[in-house]
Ligand binder design. Sequence first.
Ligand SMILES: [Zn+2]
Length: 383
Amino acid sequence: MLTEHCGHARFVWNLAVEQHAHWRSGLRSAPGFAEQGRQLTEARAEFGWLAAGSVVVQQQALRDFAQAMANFFAGTHRRPTWRVRGRGEGFRIVAVKLGDVRRLSRHVGEVRIPKVGWVRFRRSRAVPEAVKSFRVTCDRAGRWHVAFAAIPEPIPGPGNGDVVGVDRGVRVSAALSTGQLLSAPGLRKTEAERRLRLQRRRAKARRGSNRRANLSAAIARLKAREFDRRKDWVEKTSTDLARRFDVIGVEDLKIVAMTRSARGTLAEPGRNVAQKRGLNRGILASGWGRLVARLEHKAPGRVVKVSPRYTSQTCNTCSHTAAESRESQAFFRCVACGHAANADVNAARNIADSAAGRAVAARGGSGLPEPANREPQLLLLPG
Ligand SMILES: [Zn+2]
């Protein structure tokens, strides 16, 4: 039944995508959430299989889509796309009542899901009080997860005014202006080799065979393990930074636009596609975007985004800016004063200096940057 809920949510979402895909400028606008809700009621009256599912799940898929479109028009997210079976499957339940979540023992909880009943889950952490919504997902390794929505308390900074600059590295995942180099863990050597072996075997396996399905599942489990480790690293690193520093400077990379614009369109193919692709792989692999997002959640108002221009070419000692100073990806040697440093650390120090300047200006002027918007779907779409 959980799989069916996922299927219904995907079906409704894809219908909404299709409606909006047909829309061209000059036409009457594509149906909004209210109109789609009426259409859903009609569709449920007509199709028994849809009516057999949960109306909460289906309505919520429409609401999620409306939020996704709002994010798209706000310029913060890409246009919502088709959902594919078996990839990022999930559904959301809202209007959760007080008795719908309960604790059975230290490690086991239970949640009531429409049309399914009580479902047990392993408590990986405390369920927040008065939870209003939750999301059930199935990852690519076939594991089910339940996530309860809550706005966590921000982590207080040390209060000593310490500023850190964080630069996304190419060799390492992140470099701090303190000189610390951080690497996000991936698969171990033996695991990576195993994945390669599995992938080769899968390439030879017949399409649609059980053997191929088993190999795919084994590969998916390894991928999930890699993803879990990165995610864990991002959580620990962002908490650590939020605790240790009052102001955290990062490059304003507009990473979403950057990673997605490289390929360009058929009419306007992107420039330097190959270089950008290499860079993007590095950024995505190290979970950079996720790290910045989590920092903004945990230290709202304390993350300062600075312009990435010249941070990697400017000497942190004498401020001389020259492309030639960056001897290699890893090494910086100033052509003016001879200052030599790890290239990523030098950049991180420049970022820290800019962030410190911005934070001081903000304190005297209009106040610190706006806190990050934590739960946009709740703010934007009441009821
Ligand atoms: Zn210099």
